[in-house]
Write a protein that binds this ligand. Structure first.
Ligand SMILES: Nc1ncnc2c1ncn2[C@@H]1O[C@H](COP(=O)(O)OP(=O)(O)OP(=O)(O)O)[C@@H](O)[C@H]1O
Length: 926
């Protein structure tokens, strides 16, 4: 138990007041200095601590209990005081009734009552203040409880922070590895350095891949170290702050305990004062009454003090005794001192409360700061958690990148090794080549050196040689000049002789041709030749059967048709690739045909026509022959004045059409454009017989000067010729084509003008209707073709039988060929046949047709003389010819030998032949 705060020794203090009150000194500080801090035994905390481990909770409970006790005690005291007051009032009133000086006594009683009321009022107010103090202490204890719980949270947070730091440490160390890092932290503003003290820059993109990975590792390690340092620094700061606050809390706790102790002591003192005051007041009243009864005089001087204290002094007339006055005086002093003491205590308590309040506020403020700080810490921890996750992600990405880089590195290494190997091979090869090149260089240098030496030598020799050569040249030049002079004389003679020989040759050629024509004319029959077209691939070019063969001698075709022995057909010539046959080349055929064709230049009518089944090569053959004949015709014109004109017609569906017409059709195609569609609207030409009995056609006749012009016209005409694709031939001619070349020649040697006609006829092919599978227009065409060919066959038969009537007029074809077939012409039929077994029957027909034609005797062919050449020209020519023979003497060794006659020379040199009289004269004059 704590020692009593005030002494209750009544011996020293008559009214029972404590000595300190009387000496106006604070009792606690002077007599027994109060202990700072509250001990457990003082507050009976031992028992409380045993029940609860939380000191704050027990403290709170204790304060609560004491404050409750204080409240109860205060109320008890108040009740007691009230009762005491009542008693005093009763006793006072009774005593006053018994007193003679009733009015004085009543006023004293009233004063005493007043004072009591005041004391009671003070007690009430002090009670209220105590209650308020208790409430504030309760608040304080609540705050401390909160502080304690906050302290717990702080501890927890700290523990969590430490745990997190350790997890983070382990993770980061595990992920980053042990390499040191150097990195400039964002916001840190500091750049740490690696072990070598060299500042590194984080550069994950550029540089070598390995360096990047290493830098990454360094970066993460640096992050780890910095984070560790920061965390530990923050934790240490938080710990220090927590310790500080703990110390402060303990300090305030001890202060609070001390205050409680003071408060309790004060309460006790108050109680004792209250008790003593009541007793003493009663005693003083009793004594006062006694003094009054004894008639003691009271000091008047004290009245003013009493009044000043609010106590009504006892009137002098009522209390006259000095004892009474003295007592009252003492009582008043005591009361005054007590009041002062109480006032002082209250002020001290108020100041202490103020201090407490301020400290509590400060603590609250600090606590809120700590709470904020803790929240910040929590936020930072969360942020660091997020950073950790982000770092983890980055680390995973970096690992993936690392893997990729490793793979790439492997591939680079592989390709590097390959490249190295290739490079080594290339280097070896290059070395080989260089070695070879060096050898070659060395080998080549030798002949070069040798050549150089030779060149030097020859350069030296050349000088001498040049001089020799010069002399030799001069000598030679003289010799050459002599030789040339002699040679020129000899050459002149030679030229003269050559010219004479040329003239002789031409005369000889003419004579030969004359004889040939005479022979042909004498023969007077239609010549028939055959040409066998080789098998096409589709017909068995890859193994198809042939039904034809050529007998030795080359003119007889054997057809193995029906296995009843071969059919034999003899012709003038047979052209084929088959053994024994004549050369099937175009020039081989032309060689045989040309003498006949060229007789047109001598004024004969010549007709060459191709007959045969469709697709047997008629057009193919005639095209080639036309080209060769025309070239030869124009080349053999040399030495003759001639005019050549061409007409080109076709007989389509027994109608004659001009193939040299303007081919502009209704499709709007350009001139001479190819027409794939047969134009049925083309007007046919008139075929009529003139007064001489000759058949005439009003076709276009084009004057030409060279073979190329003929070829061009034929090409254009063929383009608009009626052709169509059939089952048997892709480009089957659906008409008979007649190319007529009219040659007007002035034969100056003979002095006559001749007009020969060369008809080149490409007949449409005969075909069986059953095989051609034609219908509509094609069928109609086929019928016309077959009819006209039949008419030709009839004409041939009639001619062969030498009938009186030849049915020329049965068809347009025979009408147009009538002139050629009527006995004044040389006719050649080229029978075109196929050699495949499939075509055997058609081949047989063609061969039979050819055989029939071969029997035709046309009679002697005659020249068509259309006029005479001027005599002068003929004489000149004859003179020239004769002159060459007569005056062939030349002076030997003369250069200026007389030239041969101009006509002869012109003919010999291939120049223009002598012109027709009149015109040629004028030209000669010019
Ligand atoms: N001797 C040959 N050598 C090679 N191919 C040939 C020979 N003769 C003809 N031919 C080819 O055979 C095909 C038919 O020839 P071509 O048109 O000349 O026959 P055709 O007798 O005129 O037929 P049609 O009577 O139907 O007009 C053509 O493609 C031609 O080139």
């Amino acid at each position: 138990m704590p020692p009593p705060p005030f002494s209750s020794n009544k011996d020293h203090v008559p009214l029972g007041l404590p000595e300190s009150y009387l000496s106006n000194q604070p009792p606690s500080t002077t007599s027994t200095p109060p202990r700072r801090g509250l001990h457990a035994n003082d507050l009976d905390l031992a028992s409380t601590q045993s029940s609860s481990n939380d000191p704050f909770q027990s403290l709170y409970e204790t304060i609560k209990k004491h404050s409750k006790l204080s409240g109860e005690q205060a109320s008890r005291e108040t009740k007691r005081s009230t009762m005491h007051k009542k008693k005093l009032r009763v006793s006072t009133s009774s005593s006053l009734h018994n007193n003679n000086d009733e009015s004085d006594s009543s006023s004293a009683t009233a004063n005493a009552n007043k004072r009591l009321t005041n004391i009671s009022h003070d007690l009430k107010s002090s009670n209220i203040r105590l209650k308020a103090q208790v409430a504030s202490l309760l608040n304080l204890s609540n705050l401390l409880l909160k502080s304690s719980s906050s302290g717990k949270t702080l501890g927890m947070v700290k523990a969590d922070a430490i745990a997190f730091s350790s997890i983070l440490d382990s993770n980061v160390i595990q992920l980053l590895g042990p390499s040191p890092a150097s990195v400039n932290l964002a916001g840190g503003g500091e750049s740490s350095k690696d072990s070598k003290g060299k500042s590194l820059n984080l550069d994950l993109i550029g540089g070598e891949d390995n360096a990047c990975v290493g830098e990454m590792m360094n970066f993460f390690k640096g992050m780890q170290t910095v984070f560790e340092n920061e965390c530990s620094a923050k934790i240490e700061a938080a710990e220090a702050e927590a310790n500080q606050w703990k110390e402060q809390f303990e300090k305030s706790e001890s202060e609070r305990v001390m205050l409680l102790y003071d408060y309790k002591k004060m309460e006790e003192e108050l109680d004792s004062v209250r008790n003593r005051t009541n007793e003493e007041v009663l005693e003083s009243i009793y004594d006062g009454r006694l003094a009054l009864a004894n008639g003691e005089d009271l000091a008047v001087k004290d009245d003013a003090a009493l009044i000043a204290m609010g106590i009504q002094p006892i009137p002098t007339n009522a209390l006259t005794t000095s004892v009474g006055r003295t007592h009252v005086h003492h009582e008043m002093d005591a009361l005054r001192k007590q009041k002062e003491f109480l006032q002082k205590e209250v002020e001290d308590a108020r100041a202490a409360l103020h201090r407490q309040q301020a400290e509590t506020n400060a603590r609250e403020c600090d606590m809120s700061n700590i709470t904020d700080h803790l929240e910040d810490m929590q936020k930072k921890l969360l942020q660091s958690e997020k950073d950790k996750v982000a770092l983890k992600r980055k680390l995973i990405a970096a690992n993936e990148e690392k893997q990729k880089l490793k793979k790439r590195e492997w591939s680079y290494e592989k390709s590097g090794i390959e490249a190295k190997e290739l490079g080594e091979i290339a280097v070896r090869k290059a070395e080989d080549i260089l070695e070879k090149a060096y050898k070659v260089k060395v080998a080549k240098r030798r002949p070069l050196v040798r050549a150089k030496r030779l060149a030097d030598e020859s350069r030296r020799g050349v000088g001498e040689l040049g001089r020799h050569v010069k002399l030799e040249i001069n000598r030679c030049l003289h010799d050459v000049c002599d030789l040339v002079r002699d040679g020129l004389f000899a050459l002149g003679e030679e030229v003269q002789g050559a010219a004479e020989m040329r003239v002789k040759y031409r005369l000889e050629a003419q004579e030969r041709r004359k004889i040939f024509n005479k022979m042909l004319t004498m023969q007077g029959r239609l010549r028939v030749m055959a040409r066998i077209r080789p098998l096409e691939m589709k017909e068995g070019g890859g193994g198809g059967q042939r039904c034809l063969s050529i007998a030795p001698g080359g003119d007889t075709i054997m057809l193995d048709f029906d296995h009843n022995g071969a059919h034999k057909f003899r012709f003038d010539k047979v052209f084929s690739h088959l053994p024994n046959a004549h050369s099937d080349t175009e020039h081989g055929i032309a060689e045989q045909v040309l003498p006949l064709a060229l007789s047109a230049m001598d004024g004969y009518n010549v007709c060459i026509f191709a007959y045969g089944q469709t697709g047997s090569g008629k057009t193919h053959t005639m095209k080639a022959l036309t080209s060769i004949i025309c070239r030869k015709l124009f080349s053999s014109r040399e030495g003759f004045k001639s005019k050549v004109s061409v007409s080109y017609t076709e007989i389509y569906n027994n109608e004659v059409r001009d193939l040299l017409r303007n081919p502009k059709d209704d499709h709007g195609r350009s001139e001479w454009g190819r027409v794939d569609k047969i134009d049925h609207n083309v007007p046919s030409l008139d075929v009529r017989t003139n007064s001489d009995g000759k058949v005439e056609v009003n076709s276009i006749s084009v004057r030409i000067t060279c073979a190329e012009e003929v070829e061009d016209l034929v090409r254009r005409g063929t383009e608009i010729r009626s052709t169509f694709s059939t089952d048997l031939n892709k480009h089957s001619s659906r008409s008979h084509a007649l190319l007529t070349i009219t040659c007007e020649v002035e034969n100056e040697w003979a002095g006559l003008k001749y007009c020969g006609k060369l008809n080149l006829v490409d007949l449409a092919g005969s075909e069986r209707l059953s095989r051609s599978n034609t219908e509509g227009d094609r069928l109609k065409e086929t019928q016309f073709i077959n009819t006209s060919l039949a008419a030709l066959g009839n004409v041939m038969s009639a001619l062969a039988k030498d009938q009186a009537y030849i049915p020329y007029r049965d068809s347009k074809l025979t009408m147009l060929l009538s002139e050629s077939l009527s006995g004044n012409s040389k006719v050649l039929m080229m029978t075109c046949i196929k050699e495949g077994t499939e075509e055997a029957s058609e081949t047989l027909c063609s061969l039979q047709f050819g055989a029939r034609a071969k029997r035709v005797k046309l009679g002697e062919a005659k020249k068509n003389v259309v006029g005479k050449v001027e005599e002068a020209t003929a004489t000149a020519t004859a003179t020239a010819a004769g002159g060459s023979n007569g005056d062939g003497q030349r002076k030997k060794g003369r250069v200026n030998a007389p030239p041969p006659p101009p006509t002869v020379l012109a003919a010999a040199a291939g120049g223009k032949p002598p012109s027709i009289r009149g015109k040629s004269k004028s030209k000669e004059k010019k």
